[in-house]
Ligand binder design. Structure first.
Ligand code: SAH
Length: 264
């Protein structure tokens, strides 16, 4: 491994870097090296303050955060900013919450770079589902019981209904990890039950996974809507649904934990 801190990013190159779920200790060593060898970082609202603290003083930090309802910069503007910075000869990091390749609009940024002839690479990160499972001390897959893990987003455009393949999602042998699903939790619950999933299927909501402010709610599918509205705070939250979720352990700090109803 090279000891040259500047060897990681070439001038005029872009890296899409996964910042992980928030805990700076869950940043990869590669991501940290990239942050130490770049000129400018464009980061999301989801990137935790602990991660931003690791960025050296001389690096220019540009907040291009998007949180639902508070779009500060649209995707095209972000694409253009990244490309422009690279073409100006900067070593560019685009720092994204979790893993850049999971619900992270990475394709737009990859394509914008390629179209401009800018070299672009990805450094993966720990995704929210993995952090949520860790906070619950459970496995997302379960031999014989949960053979499939589905990452799905339940984010609907304003005023539009959720357009998901509910029949396929309502699989009793799968674990669903639902991103951006807090607002749609009641609809998710109703649709999955309408398509055959039992009301007592275990569910969990994990807010601020991996952070000291993490809050964990466990319960059952027929109560998911109530759980989501009870889950105060506007931190990012992940929904987990399926038999594997019923194995949630007790290692979590009990102060942040709420059990909505034990399973029958
Ligand atoms: N690329 C990210 C996901 C971006 S979509 C990743 O791989 O994790 C944003 C959604 O991710 C949020 O609405 C929430 O559902 C989830 N999320 C991100 N960070 C989270 C966290 N620390 N705790 C719980 N959910 C989180």
């Amino acid at each position: 491994m090279t000891t040259d801190r500047n060897a990681m990013i070439a001038t005029g190159e872009v890296w899409l870097v996964g910042a992980g779920p928030g805990d700076p200790d869950l940043l990869t060593r590669k991501a940290e090296r990239l942050l130490n060898s770049c000129d400018v970082v464009f980061h999301d609202a989801l990137v935790g303050p602990g991660v931003l603290d690791l960025i050296p003083a001389g690096v220019r930090l540009v907040h291009v955060g998007k949180r639902s309802g508070r779009h500060s910069k649209d995707q095209k503007t972000i694409d253009a900013l990244i490309v422009e910075a690279a073409l100006a000869g900067n070593r560019v990091v685009r720092l994204k919450g979790g893993d850049p390749a999971i619900f992270g609009r990475a394709t737009e940024e990859l394509e914008a770079c390629r179209a401009a002839g800018v070299t672009v690479r990805i450094c993966p990160g720990i995704t929210a589902a993995s952090a949520a499972a860790a906070d619950l001390s459970l496995s997302l897959t379960l031999r014989g019981l949960a053979r499939k893990l589905t990452f799905v987003t339940a984010h609907a455009r304003a005023g539009e209904a959720l357009d998901l393949d509910w029949q396929t999602l309502a699989d009793p042998q799968a674990t669903l990890a639902i991103y951006m699903g807090k607002a749609a939790a009641a609809e998710v619950s109703r649709q999955l039950m309408d398509h055959g999933l039992a009301g007592h299927t275990p569910v969990a909501i994990v807010e601020n996974a991996s952070l000291p402010t993490a809050r964990v709610f466990t319960g059952r599918l027929d109560l998911l809507g109530i759980m989501a509205t009870t889950a105060i705070g506007d931190g990012p939250a992940l929904l987990l649904i399926g038999e594997a979720v019923g194995m949630a352990g007790t290692a979590h700090n009990e102060t942040g934990k709420m059990d909505m109803l034990a399973r029958p």
